[in-house]
Design a protein around this ligand. Structure first.
Ligand SMILES: C[S@@+](CC[C@H](N)C(=O)[O-])C[C@H]1O[C@@H](n2cnc3c(N)ncnc32)[C@H](O)[C@@H]1O
Length: 369
């Protein structure tokens, strides 16, 4: 069993875990903590889990004492409701003293909070390198960390790409990974379509996860950007799956070959720097909603029954900080899709946005009927 520390949007993280492991294997035990019953937990392919540990059935001191010779680097993170910086430090010191008595030397990673941030854990290589250990606690559960999200690798995949475009928006690679996982679930291979591929972030993450990809976009410029980015990704890697790209309007395009999964951030409409007035909002909702529906209508006869789609569609922040969402689920269902629901998150929970953003992304997962 693993203990997963969930990211900034814990409901989205739970949906991702459910998609991969199945709803019955995932048990939320706090807002940002879930237990996952599995033998294998690959943190690197999850966008929504920021740290994970294997739940221990022995005492942490036994784990630590059995490590090979040499200095141990130890971090302690307690996510329990009442834990503080001091209680965590106290637990860490206790372990250090017990180990000292057994003749082991330990460097403790200083904590400014009850839990180490995932950045601190990652920079200290806790859980990633022999003798770099982090004990992760929530209530009675004690786990040995298997690592924290690799923020260095994410930043590189995001900022070092040669073709970037602020206007189409920057889909964070983590969210791209989540969309891929929501579409592929636990199926290890296949061909993934992104019909609004833009600069190719979803294609990039799907390729790194081992799926062949097919990207199309109405804009020639965007397809050229995707090509440049994916060639950069492939450069120097000998085992990247195959990718195809072509220009095409998603509302009319005929896609060639078999499509096993669809993951896409659809057209989000014009960017806004402040919540739009009602009339503007109505207009952008109509435009984006019509494109998404026309795309789904066009796609339906081109994919097989049970094919899964994970889409990020727009939602807009109102002045009172609530969100206006596209009300198109009924119409989508009439086109031959079912909305997939999650045990631990409701449809309206799956909103991804940053504090200063007006246009948020609502995530919907569909299955072709
Ligand atoms: C929000 S962006 C996607 C960005 C992408 N996720 C990325 O990583 O860069 C939406 C994309 O949809 C494209 N688009 C808009 N309408 C389209 C249509 N009818 N068919 C295909 N692409 C369309 C735009 O050119 C734009 O690249």
């Amino acid at each position: 069993m693993y203990l997963a520390v969930l990211g900034r949007e814990p409901k989205i993280s739970l949906a991702e875990l459910e998609a991969i492991f199945g709803a019955t294997k995932v048990t939320p035990i706090a807002e940002n903590i879930a237990l996952v019953t599995t033998r294998k937990f690959d943190l690197n392919r999850l966008g929504g889990t920021i740290k994970a540990g294997k739940v221990l059935d022995e005492s942490p001191i036994e784990v630590l004492a059995s490590l090979p010779e040499g200095k141990i680097t130890l971090g302690y993170s307690d996510y329990s409701d009442r834990a503080t910086k001091n209680t965590s430090w106290h637990e860490a010191l206790k372990l250090k003293n017990l180990l000292k008595r057994r003749g082991r030397s330990v460097r403790l990673v200083p904590n400014v909070d009850a839990a180490l941030s995932s950045a601190t854990s990652h920079h200290n290589q806790l859980g990633e390198k022999a003798k770099h250990i982090e004990i992760v606690q929530y209530g009675k559960y004690l786990a040995e960390s298997i690592g924290a999200q690799n923020i260095t690798a994410y930043a590189k995949r995001d900022q070092a790409r040669p073709a970037r475009d602020a206007f189409v928006g920057m889909l964070p690679p983590k969210l791209a990974q989540i969309l891929v996982n929501l579409a592929v679930g636990n199926i290890p291979e296949g061909r993934l379509l992104d019909p609004f591929c833009g600069t190719g972030t979803i294609l990039q993450e799907a390729l790194l996860m081992g799926y062949t990809t097919y990207g199309t976009d109405m804009s020639e410029k965007m397809v050229a950007y995707s090509k440049k980015n994916l060639e950069w990704l492939a450069d120097g890697r000998d085992r990247l799956p195959k990718f195809e790209l072509s220009v095409g309007d998603a509302t009319k395009n005929k896609w060639s070959g078999k499509i096993n999964f669809v993951a896409s951030e659809t057209y989000l409409g014009l960017p806004f720097s402040a919540p739009p007035a009602n009339i503007k909002l109505k207009e952008v909702m109509h435009t984006t909603g019509s494109i998404i529906l026309a795309f789904l209508k066009n796609l339906a006869p081109q994919i097989e029954k049970n094919t899964k789609l994970a889409l990020a569609i727009p939602a807009w922040k109102r002045l009172d900080n609530s969100f206006s969402m596209l009300n198109i689920i009924d119409e989508i269902e009439k086109l031959g899709y079912n909305l997939i629901s999650f045990k631990h998150a409701s449809v309206t929970d799956l909103l991804y946005y940053r504090e200063n953003q007006v246009v948020a992304r609502q995530i919907i997962v569909l299955r072709k009927t």
